[in-house]
Ligand binder design. Structure first.
Ligand SMILES: Cc1cc2nc3c(=O)[nH]c(=O)nc-3n(C[C@H](O)[C@H](O)[C@H](O)COP(=O)(O)OP(=O)(O)OC[C@H]3O[C@@H](n4cnc5c(N)ncnc54)[C@H](O)[C@@H]3O)c2cc1C
Length: 423
């Protein structure tokens, strides 16, 4: 049954995550309304506080490249303690000598491997076929770094993370987040370490990532943010959106919902196979005592271990109880990759948990988490986005843009869009 159109807003914003809230802050003058199906704001940038532990939905750390973005947020969180942390992250690699810890990024630190593996990686790096055609992310890894580096870390790690073969992804699947390095830079690094990856240091609020979301909420009128209200249908021609609570006419719709969901909501025909992504199962675990690890997070390429990454909030906060986030990549819709007992067993196998006692736990499924960037998917996305934009339906954000990005990118994009819409 068609519901009567109950109201009109100039801008209907779908999603109270970082993108939607940033857009609301910078929105052109006029009426706007944010709807989010979740009952609390923040999208993936949420924090859980439980039994004295502070956990994000998954480790969310911040590397601001545009000073104004960080300054803008900090002005709106005057009472927050924000830590600036020099990153310590490593990789646990299975080698001929057992488990070896190598600094991240792997390709620049192969000299930390046992001699046999170091020679193999260096040999293969030198003789990598850089003239071979690069059609996929797998080709890129092999051609740029050689078989040793690719097969000991880059391929198994990324296949665990993305839950798909590397040959199915675009060469540019990770964009600026992929730590590139040429042969000379790698070899120079053996004698003159310079781990200048895109996130050599990071900031993190004592109250968790949600504090940045509270900064985004600070000046927004709460009555314009409708939580627990899902968008269920859009009629792009009549410019009418139906939510679980109302029917609203809009002039412009700005959506940060996953793009494949927006295509369904607007009744846009599309091939779902072009919009594939992984899901990440996150376990947040609190223990009674600290462990031995000094890192902020560790990458785990070993296919025998269920998770691809484990992070240590206690090493960020300087707390005296081990507080972990564990990330497992899996196909969307698949059965969960591992239950908690298996995760704990793997933590013991890696020597991360010894005789500590688990005292608190929380879990969440992020679905989608990392989208699979493919050439055909990208072309379809651009065409569909332009079609929707012609009807004043704007898609934005990490999943609205079907891309790989950070919350700073989300804020910058929202700012760019709002500025464009104001003119
Ligand atoms: C494992 C992992 C680790 C990450 N780590 C970092 C990090 O360390 N640093 C960093 O900067 N970034 C990190 N990110 C990225 C960061 O989480 C995202 O860039 C950011 O949260 C995306 O915000 P968004 O608003 O675009 O999307 P979302 O957070 O997904 O928000 C979209 C909102 O839309 C709502 N919605 C969806 N469908 C509907 C509907 N039909 N009706 C109403 N509402 C709807 C959802 O409920 C959600 O609240 C990480 C991401 C992942 C998956």
């Amino acid at each position: 049954m068609m519901r009567r159109v109950s109201e009109h807003v100039q801008t209907l914003i779908v999603g109270a995550g970082v993108t939607g809230l940033a857009y609301a802050n910078f929105a052109p003058k006029g009426t706007w309304l944010v709807v989010d199906r979740d009952t609390s704001p923040g999208g993936y940038c949420k924090t859980v506080v439980q039994d004295g532990f502070v956990w994000d939905y998954s480790g969310h750390f911040f590397h601001f490249r545009e000073p104004w973005v960080e300054a803008w947020l900090r002005e709106r969180m005057p009472d927050d303690e924000i830590l600036t942390v020099a990153k310590a992250s490593g990789i646990l690699v299975p080698t001929s000598e057992g488990l070896t810890r190598v600094d991240f990024p792997f390709q620049k630190n192969i000299h930390q491997l046992p001699r046999a593996e170091f020679i193999e990686c260096l040999h293969d790096l030198y003789f990598a076929d850089r003239s071979a055609p690069v059609r996929s992310f797998g080709d890129l890894l092999l051609g740029r770094f050689g078989r040793g580096i690719a097969q000991r870390f880059l391929v198994p790690y990324n296949e665990k993370l993305y839950a798909c073969p590397m040959d199915s992804l675009d060469p540019d699947a990770m964009g600026r987040f992929f730590p590139h390095a040429d042969v000379a830079a790698i070899i120079r690094h053996f004698r003159h370490p310079e781990n200048g990856s895109y996130n050599a240091s990071f900031t993190y609020p004592r109250g968790g990532a949600i504090r940045y979301v509270h900064a985004l909420l600070r000046e927004l009128p709460p009555e314009r943010i409708a939580l627990g209200e899902a968008l269920v249908h859009v009629d792009p021609v009549a410019r009418v959106a139906t939510t679980t609570r109302r029917t609203v006419r809009y002039d412009r719709l700005v959506s940060s919902a996953p793009f494949d969901a927006l295509l369904r909501l607007t009744g846009t025909p599309h091939d779902p196979a072009l919009y594939s992504a992984n899901a990440v199962q996150v376990y947040n675990l609190g223990f009674d005592r600290k462990g031995q690890t000094k890192d902020h997070w560790l990458y785990v390429p070993d296919p025998e271990i269920s998770f691809y990454r484990v992070g240590f909030y206690d090493n960020i906060f300087g707390d005296d109880r081990m507080s972990l986030y564990i990330e497992l990549g899996q196909a969307r819709g698949a059965e969960r990759k591992a239950e908690l007992p298996r995760v704990l067993e793997d933590l013991r196998r890696l020597g991360i948990v010894t005789d500590q006692r688990l005292v608190s736990s929380h879990e969440i499924l992020l679905d989608p988490a990392y989208v699979h960037i493919t050439t055909a998917g990208r072309a379809d996305f651009e065409a569909q986005r332009a079609r929707l934009e012609a009807q004043d339906i704007i898609t934005a954000g990490r999943y609205g843009g079907w891309t790989y990005c950070s919350i700073e990118d989300n804020i910058l994009e929202a700012h760019r869009l709002a500025t464009r819409h104001a003119s």
